[in-house]
Every structure is written in structure tokens, then in C-alpha cells.
Design a protein around this ligand. Structure first.
Ligand code: GLU
Length: 437
């Protein structure tokens, strides 16, 4: 088992350090810390989460049996404000992975300038094996179990892999029932009818597309080969869910040839571009792309290896690794998911001149509109979707500019630049607040 090397020696981190996702997040932080010459005392604190809660979540299943699931909520850093981050339902979720994801949320919120810290939650469960009633029971009991560390001023969950706005509605209702009045600010990503924000569902995918457009413009301005993000541009999207499906549709509407998309059942491919609205209709009816026969079937591995201008891994972490990175040919890689490209793979891609849009920037649209939702709820004053989208575009543009400016001045990779942007703001805030006691 490895340990986290810190400024003044080595901290035995057997508790946190067991997942690739966490190890990758720490490696990326270390790289940023060394490039920006971060005070080792600050790095030491950022390498481990502030607090974690592990809970057992018992539910009565439809067949009358009781099953107990393991749940987590990790708060990585709350210097800038309340914790913020999604709740994941996935069969491989564990404490270390949730801690790594919480760390990424800290950097993401800081980088895009939100007054929020980083947190994450999860339940180790295969969501496809649960009925709707079992989902509800699981979410409600989990909320009760973590109730003491969440709240509109403390830590505000949101959807993540395997959860959606309905889960947030149950969470908000459970938290509110326990206090006796409606408290919509405890979660974001809620349905609009109970205080959600217009544009929240589409925000992550939309943000992915904004960053792809900025990347193309930035590369063109540097005199590098750059796609035009029009009918001459080919795109492949790994993951056709809450993030990938929206990004695919937006890019299709911009005229790009989205030649491949995929989900757990595998991928669909058409070299002239897929009919994305048609594929979306199919998935809404059938839940997966299984059986879709209007295009060629390909595997997820084949999709990642396509000769395209833009590849957006929007599903889950660890899909491009040192094992398959040599097959990846895309020029721009947009990390729509959290941690889809491992540190080794990232280095190999940057060495061959690929342009990476790092997760903490690329998929930040979700948490940005979550922040807008929280603010709208606190003020009881709601914005039009046009206003939400315009403000999202502005925040994303500023964040993109901040990252490329750092990339240019330090002459480093985009991932390192994004982390430097996030860590620099935290560094200043942590110094100003000082170390208690
Ligand atoms: N789960 C999303 C993320 O990883 C959104 C988090 C949020 O809105 O709080 O960024």
C-alpha cells in the first residue's frame, strides 16, 4: 500500500489511499504544488479530507428481505464555504474513491470562483438492480444517516452518477420532514417544481461544449491545428447519460458530426454522423442503446480509439489508462466525467501534443448552475433559463481563460494549470483564515 508523501515527510494514509481515483487526484495535486511552489504546509492539508462519515443504510426490499448498504459522505475542504458535491450510486463506490471525488470538488469550486468547498457522497450499490421504491427507501434512509453533517449552510449534495433530480427531491423531503418545514437549500439539482433551477439538468453537458468551443478558439489563436466546431468536426462521446447525451445533442445542433456515442451496452457509430435526436428518443424509450440498429455497433474500446477531432469521456473515471492510451487518436480530449484519464495516460497524451480539457474545468457547468440554484433558493427569486445559461457561459469563459493563462505562464499541462488555478485561491483563503487553534 502506498502512502501520501507530504511536505515534511510521509503521512501514512492507509485510510484514504486505496483507490486509483484518490491516488491520481493526489498525484495531480503534487504536480501542481511543485510547479507553483506551493507552501508544503498547505499541500499537506489539501492531500487529505477534513472529515468523512461512513454509514450503514438498511432498507426493506420489495421481496420483504432487509439489505444493508454502505454509504459515505466526505467533506474535503470547507475553507471557501459549505461543502458541495454529488451523491453517487455505484457498485464500486468506496471511501477512498469518494474522498478523491470530494478533493476534485474542492479544486473545481475554487477554480470557477464559487463560495463553496468540496464534498462528495456515495452508496455502494448497483442502482440498476433496485426498484423505484427501493431507490426511494435507500435515499431517504441515507439522508437520515448523514443528516447531522449536511444542510444549506454546511454541505449541499447534488446528483452524480446513478442519481438524478428525483433522488434530490426525496433527499430534500426527508431532511425537511425531520425539521418540520421545507428546506429546499439542502440540495441542488432538484426538480424545478420544488425549487430547482431552469437549465440545471443540461448544465454539465452544456459546459462541456462551451469548453470545447473555447479550446478550439484557443488552439486556432495559437496557430495550432484546431477544429472549427462545425460540420467539418468529428466527435466521439463515451457515455450517453446526463452529461454525454446533452453534450452530444448540443454538438449535433452546432452542426458537428457526432460519429459515435456509447453506454454500458456498447457504442453506435456512423462515419457521416449519428442522428442524435433519434438515438436520444431510442434511449428514452429503452433505457440503453442495446438493440439500436440505425447505426453500426462498436465496443467502448473501439469508440475511444476512433480517429476524431474531439473525444469526450463523459461516463466514469479511469477509462483512458496507460493500457489503452496508445490507441487514442483524438486531438482534443474533453473530460466530461470526473477523472476519466489517469495521470500516466494524461502525460502520454500531452507528450504527443493532444489538448486536454481537465475535468475540474470541463464538467464544472453542473456545480456552477447548482450554485445558481442555491442562490436563487436562498433569495426566493428565480431566473429565466436564458439568464442561467448566460451567467454559466460567462463563468465558464472566465475559468477557461484563467486556466490557459496559467498554462501559458508556467508552460505546463492543462490539468496542472487547472489545479494551480484552484489551489492558488485556496492557498490565499487558508492563509487568511489561519490554522485553528
Ligand atoms: N456531481 C456533479 C460534479 O461532480 C455536480 C456537483 C454539484 O452540483 O454539487 O460536479
Amino acid at each position: 500500500m502506498s502512502s501520501v508523501t507530504t511536505g515534511k515527510g510521509s503521512l501514512s494514509s492507509h485510510l484514504w489511499d486505496t483507490s486509483d481515483l484518490y491516488r491520481n487526484a493526489v498525484m495531480q495535486l503534487s504536480e501542481a504544488a511543485s510547479v507553483m511552489k506551493l507552501d508544503p504546509n498547505i499541500a499537506e492539508r489539501l492531500k487529505v479530507p477534513k472529515r468523512a462519515l461512513i454509514v450503514s443504510v438498511p432498507i426493506r426490499c420489495d421481496d420483504g428481505t432487509i439489505r444493508v448498504f454502505e454509504g459515505y459522505r466526505v467533506q474535503h475542504n470547507m475553507t471557501l464555504g459549505p461543502g458541495k458535491g454529488g451523491i453517487r450510486f455505484h457498485h464500486e463506490v468506496n471511501l477512498s474513491e469518494v474522498a478523491g471525488l470530494a478533493m476534485l470538488m474542492t479544486f473545481k469550486c475554487s477554480l470557477v470562483g464559487l463560495p463553496l468547498g468540496g464534498a462528495k457522497g456515495g452508496i455502494r450499490v448497483d442502482p440498476s438492480q433496485l426498484s423505484r421504491q427501493e431507490h426511494q427507501a435507500l435515499m431517504r434512509r441515507y439522508t437520515t444517516e448523514i443528516n447531522m453533517i449536511i444542510g444549506p449552510d454546511k454541505d449541499i449534495p447534488a446528483p452524480d452518477v446513478g442519481t438524478d433530480s428525483q433522488h434530490m427531491a426525496w433527499m430534500m423531503d426527508t431532511y425537511s420532514q425531520e425539521r418540520g418545514f421545507a428546506i429546499p437549500g439542502v440540495v441542488t439539482g432538484k426538480p424545478v417544481e420544488i425549487g430547482g433551477s431552469l437549465g440545471r439538468n443540461e448544465s454539465t453537458g452544456r459546459g462541456v461544449v462551451y469548453t470545447i468551443q473555447h479550446a478550439a478558439k484557443y488552439l486556432a489563436a495559437k496557430g495550432k491545428p484546431a477544429p472549427k466546431i462545425d460540420s467539418s468536426t468529428t466527435v466521439a462521446i463515451h457515455g450517453f447519460g446526463k452529461v454525454g447525451a446533452v453534450a452530444a445533442l448540443e454538438l449535433y445542433q452546432l452542426g458537428c458530426k457526432v460519429v459515435a456515442v456509447s453506454d454500458v451496452s456498447g457504442g453506435i457509430y456512423n462515419k457521416n454522423g449519428l442522428n442524435i435526436p433519434h438515438a436520444l428518443e431510442y434511449i428514452n424509450r429503452n433505457r440503453t442503446l442495446e438493440g439500436y440498429n440505425e447505426a453500426e455497433r462498436i465496443s467502448n474500446e473501439e469508440l475511444l480509439a476512433l480517429q476524431v477531432d474531439v473525444l469526450a469521456p463523459c461516463a466514469i473515471d479511469g477509462v483512458i489508462t496507460e493500457k489503452n492510451v496508445h490507441t487514442v487518436k483524438a486531438q482534443i480530449l474533453a473530460e466530461g466525467a470526473n477523472g476519466p484519464i489517469t495521470t500516466e495516460a494524461l502525460k502520454a497524451l500531452e507528450d504527443r501534443g493532444a489538448f486536454i480539457i481537465p475535468d475540474v474545468l470541463c464538467n464544472a457547468g453542473g456545480v456552477i448552475v447548482s450554485y445558481f440554484e442555491w442562490v436563487q433558493g436562498l433569495q426566493n427569486f428565480f431566473w429565466s433559463e436564458r439568464e442561467v445559461n448566460a451567467k454559466l457561459a460567462e463563468v465558464m469563459e472566465n475559468a477557461f481563460k484563467k486556466v490557459v493563462d496559467i498554462r501559458d505562464s508556467y508552460n505546463c499541462g492543462m490539468k496542472t494549470a487547472a489545479l494551480i488555478a484552484g489551489v492558488d485561491r485556496l492557498d490565499k483563503a487558508m492563509r487568511l483564515r489561519g490554522l485553528f487553534p
